[in-house]
Structures are given as C-alpha cells and as structure tokens.
Design a protein around this ligand. Sequence first.
Ligand code: PLP
Length: 456
Amino acid sequence: MAVIIEPFRIKSVEPLTFTTRSERKEILKEARNNLFLVDADKVLIDLLTDSGTAAMSSRQWAGIMNGDESYAGSKSFYRFKEVAERITGYRHIIPTHQGRAAEKIIFTILGGKGKSFVSNTFFDTTRANVEYSGAEALDFLTPEGKIPHLIAPFKGNMDTEALEAYILKRGAENIPMCVMTITNNSGGGQPVSLGNLRETAAICRKYGIRFFIDACRFAENAWFIKTREEGYKDKTVEEIAREIFALADGCTMSAKKDALVNIGGFLAMNDEALALAARNLLIITEGFPTYGGLAGRDLEAMAQGLEEVLEEDYLRYRIRSIEYMGEKLTAAGVPMILPTGGHAVYLDAKAFLPQIPPAELPGVALANALYIEGGIRGVEIGSLMFGKKDEQGNHVAPPMELVRLAIPRRVYTQSHIDYVCEMIIEVFRKRDQLRGYRITFETPLLRHFTAHLEAL
Ligand SMILES: *Cc1c(COP(=O)(O)O)cnc(C)c1O
C-alpha cells in the first residue's frame, strides 16, 4: 500500500506563503544562516518540531467553546480527568501547562544531590530537570539503538542487564526513579516493546525503585507494539496503552505530542503521599489542582485529543506516512536512521555530505540547503547542537550528525510529503556542491538557538 488516505477531510485551511529561491537565500543570510532565526511565515513546510504543532479536530474546537473556565472544580477538568484515568489507570491526575512542568514538579520532590535517575534515554528537558535538582541522569539504551542503519523493531528499548548491574553497583536506595521514554525521542522516535517494559518493571519492583513512563508518544508506541510485537495484533491500541501504564507507578506527559493539542500536559500517579506533595508544588508554580497551568478550554481539547489519538485509522495513517517518506528517500539512496520512527525522519548528514568534516557542521549545511531548495525547515542535531570543545579549543563532535524532519500531526498531506521528498532528493543529487559553515557568534549554553553562522 503506497497511497495514504488521510483519515480526515479539511474544514478550515491556513494558506502557505511561497518564496523564491533567491528570496530564501537572502532570508537565510539575514537570519545569520540559522534556521531558528528565520520567521515562520518565510517557511513553506515547517518540520522543526512535532510539539504543539498538531491540527485540532472540529470536535476539539467545539470543546474549546465548551470549556468551563471556573477556577475550582470546572467540568472540563472532570472530563479530562475521566479520560486520562481511563487510559492510564492512575488514581491521581494532575494537569500542568506542558510536559516539563510535570517534570519540574516530580524531580523537585524526588531529586537532589547524591541521587541518580535511570532511563532508556532521558529527553533533554527531563534530563535538565533531573540535573537542575542536583541529581544525575543516566541512560541505558539497548546496544541496537546505537547503530543508525540497523533494522530492528524496538530500538528504543532499555538495556535491562546494564540497568540491573548499575542498580547493584549504585545501591537502589540512591535511585528514586526509573523513567521509560516512549517512544524514545532522542533515539529517533524508536519504540519500546511491552516485553522490555515488563522486564524493566520487574527489575524496578525487585529493588523497590519507582517506575514512571515519559508518555509523550504513548499512542505511537502502542501502535508499534500492535504491529510489531508477537501477540498484540488483535488487541486495541487502548488496551495496549492500558497494559503499558499498568506496569508503572505513574507518568509525565506532554500533551503537545500525543494529545493532539497546542499546549498542555499532565502528571499522573498512584502514590497518595507523592500526589499530595505534587499538588502542593503545583499550586505554587502552576495553579489550582483542577486546572494546572491551563484554561478550562485547553482541558477539553486535551480530553478529546487523548481519545482521538487512539483511533486506529489515525495511527495507521500517522505511522505509515512517516514510513512512506523513509521508503521513498531510501529508494533514492538518501542515508537516514532506519527504520523510521514514529514522529520524524532523521537524515544522516555525515553520510549525506562526507566531504564536510563535523567541525564544519554538515547537519547545518544540509538543513540550510533544504531551506534554500524548497523552503523546508528541519533541525540540525549534531555538532552545532551538541558539539563541545577540548582544552586546546578543538571541536569534539557528537557520535552522529543528523537533520531531523519532524512531522506535525494531521497538518500536512501526502502531496506535501511528496514535495519534501522531491526537494531532499534534489539536494542529494547536488550534494557534492555543498560546503560547510563556521560559527561567528555563540552563547555558552544552548548555542544552536541563537548562533550566527557563515558559509565557508
Ligand atoms: C516534548 C517532550 C518532553 C517535554 O515536554 P514539553 O511539553 O515540551 O515541555 C518530555 N519528554 C519527551 C520525550 C518529549 O518529547
């Protein structure tokens, strides 16, 4: 099956702005060759992130009008709570304005100096919140997940042997929590199997360590389990999701991903005392427990989005459209992380542009070429984002040089994706002509957001 039929029709449209190649060259130059500094209305197809960029459904918009803006005990909260409880099974559902607000609360309570938190792979904001508390964050990704071109069904899995060895060495009393990120965002949106979730949960139970799910893309992960793991093809995605959550003690969630909204999140758990502490912090930093940092209308949209994301027609289309993009590019010889994950295609800039050394930012060269060629915005995940300097000031490159093309949910059609593929293939054909970049201005932290670059 090659043709993807979007499982929706379009009721409201937002025009795209077209620019010419010479205009884009000028725009990029003015933005100091940094795509983060390009205004969004100068981008034709924006694949910078899948976070908060989803198109809401007519039912979600109806929910926006129905939002109950009462300060306490709003009916929108009870609707949201009912849906989140049904899917996760957790007793305490605490809304927050986005994922990192949930993280800030839980790691403020459980973190601190001398503690260690473990994960398959911590997402950046999760790691930052752990470290900000004074604790350390350690990843135990399965070795399969570290080989970009290796085809395997669950490259997001935890390396359970390494995890258990670490627990024994460090002492379980120093490890307040183990976090499973599904899908594994930093690893290319690769899924985690239920078998691996079960094994990890058993290890946590054996040593008395709390087990939480970073659930941002739980529905996409459940779909991969249904289609790839033995014994799940006849279960519904919702049943699989419930089975995942039942293995853990709680979750953090960014609703900007798999709840199909533009803002929102939540924290959920079974532990009464922990929930009480979390609500206390919530009141100080986010708001009253029946709205978190959100408006009543946001809670309505989130409740509706959580129901829609579990519809199998939606998930089949979602995962298939990313797989389709991967197949089309692979057929043209374009190097990328395989298999494609749930929310993005990751081009391998090192293999794409072997003539550009990591110090000259091949990921930036590729991302900028895609913008000039087709007005497409992706994001470099490589030497600009993660590069370090040694004592002599020499560039120390991260293991991979990637360009992530994240696909917003329900926003672009197959013809948009076909166009993106054509532009990538066109850049691939002309790859020998591309040159690297040099940094002319940078900040000490998170330099990729604001750096100024000069073409070599
Ligand atoms: C986006 C994301 C977060 C943080 O959520 P925000 O809503 O952006 O604060 C945490 N974990 C993962 C895996 C994510 O993708």
